[in-house]
Design a protein around this ligand. Structure first.
Ligand code: HEM
Ligand SMILES: *[C@@H]1O[C@H](CO)[C@@H](O)[C@H](O)[C@H]1NC(C)=O
Ligand SMILES: *[C@@H]1O[C@H](CO)[C@@H](O)[C@H](O)[C@H]1NC(C)=O
Ligand SMILES: *[C@@H]1O[C@H](CO)[C@@H](O)[C@H](O)[C@H]1NC(C)=O
Length: 374
């Protein structure tokens, strides 16, 4: 998937090439399905997480789309019973980064957050391997954008023109002579996804977050999460060591270039902010005050927050890339969609330690009250 660096080398389908890609795609899909079915039958360790066999994936240009006609995806991943597992699904490179009608507004908003919190949201550990990985990430993202949406991101000498925003950004990280931090800012200003790159540390036997655009944190201070290992990042997460640490560390080591997985998580927040470092989480001993529906604004302030994450590996630096795309939807919208009952059931299905961590005893009863009101 990322094997074709530099970015210029992403293949664009001609008409013949396109027909051929469809055939290749169908063949690959058949082989992938077969491979997955067989690995499940063989009961291989970790076979529950389906992985596409490693190899190069084609990226097809989406020439016929218009960004402002694309409704944001409605991810509603809540289940009657919450299970604390990785819950990864295999994904296609074609859906790594998304363009939706929120693009202009949200990227402008992201630039503002980056400017207002410059010490906190675009973070890089200062070492040569991390610099190289940030360059690689930057070139990969930029190549992805102008290959998939050439009508909106076009090459203009040393720059890429962003034709949606009427701005430019460097076409190539190293040649731009910009600092890694500035390059991360360009990503934050031009893409709706957040990025975290992680490097394996032989001594710790774990991955360490080495650089990030953390524009949309929920309940943590980004600067406290970069430079530390995966299990410390998840320090405040209840039962992490018992339920996730082993499988995550194993999975993170296994994922190869050419493979992409995704997962979702969700919560309810009494705020319309994507940058929300405080107030979302409670410690085990904290007393959580119950909120009442009559005091809350379900049209404008109370939001369903869902985060779509992907994980993949850069080929040159071998760093992992974790992406997070955050969606906020007013609770009134979920009610309109007729999802009230399902959401209430999902809140009831949270185990008590997760309820406490997500402060569900504050918002849970109020959401139930609101959703069952006529
Ligand atoms: C398969 C990958 C991952 C899984 C299964 C996972 C799982 C979780 C879970 C269960 C939580 C608790 C909140 C919730 O989702 O309900 C959480 C929180 C968090 N995760 Fe992850 N995570 C993954 C990868 C990552 C990575 C790569 C980072 C990189 C920085 C990260 C950073 C965080 C942070 C900062 C929090 C908030 C912790 C706090 O409260 O301070 N996660 N994660
Ligand atoms: C950024 O800071 C300015 C000035 O304090 C403020 O008016 C604006 O609302 C802030 N924007 C964001 C997105 O935080
Ligand atoms: C685009 O930006 C350039 C340079 O900042 C400016 O001169 C031009 O008027 C802008 N065009 C539009 C359509 O806004
Ligand atoms: C969802 O998971 C990601 C990655 O683990 C984490 O950064 C984020 O804080 C979580 N979001 C919520 C709303 O729990």
């Amino acid at each position: 998937m990322f094997e074709n660096l530099p970015a210029e080398a992403f293949s664009r389908g001609s008409v013949i090439g396109w027909g051929f890609s469809v055939l290749t795609f169908l063949l690959c899909r058949y082989l992938v399905n077969r491979w997955n079915t067989q690995s499940e039958k063989r009961g291989r360790p970790g076979a529950k997480v389906k992985l596409v066999p490693r190899g190069r994936m084609q990226l097809e240009p989406q020439l016929n789309i218009e960004w402002n006609n694309i409704e944001p995806a409605k991810f509603r991943p809540f289940k009657p019973q919450y299970a604390m597992t990785m819950a990864l699904e295999k994904a296609d490179f074609q859906e790594w980064l998304l363009l939706e009608n929120t693009y202009d507004r949200m990227t402008t908003h992201r630039s503002e957050i980056a400017k207002n919190h410059t010490q906190d949201v675009n973070l890089v550990v200062d070492d040569p391997r991390t610099t190289a990985a940030v360059y690689e990430l930057y070139d990969t993202v930029v190549g992805y954008m102008f290959t998939k949406w050439p009508q909106y991101f076009s090459r203009d000498g040393k720059n890429i023109k962003n034709l949606i925003k009427n701005t430019t950004f460097p076409a190539n990280a190293e040649r731009s002579k910009q600092s890694p931090k500035r390059l991360l800012e360009y990503l934050a200003e031009n893409v709706e996804e957040d990025f975290i790159v992680l490097e394996y540390d032989e001594n710790e036997e774990e991955y360490i977050a080495k650089a990030a655009t953390f524009i949309a944190p929920s309940g943590f201070v980004p600067a406290e999460k970069v430079g530390i290992k995966l299990s410390d990042i998840h320090g405040p997460v209840p039962k992490y060591d018992e339920k996730l640490k082993l499988s995550m560390n194993r999975f993170f080591r296994r994922i190869e270039t050419g493979q992409l997985v995704k997962r979702f998580n969700w919560t309810i927040q009494n705020s319309d902010k994507i940058y929300l470092p405080k107030g979302s989480h409670a410690g085990a001993a904290e007393k959580v005050e119950r909120l009442h529906a009559k005091d809350l604004d379900f049209d404008h302030t109370v939001h369903f927050r869902v985060e779509r994450q992907t994980l993949s590996r850069l080929p040159k630096s071998r760093f992992l890339v974790f992406t997070i795309r955050t969606y906020l939807t007013p609770l009134s919208q979920l009610k309109k969609e007729g999802l009230g009952e399902r959401l209430v059931e999902a809140i009831h299905g949270l185990p008590s330690y997760i309820k406490q961590y997500k402060r569900a005893d504050a918002w849970g009863p109020a959401v139930e009250e609101y959703m069952t009101m006529p």
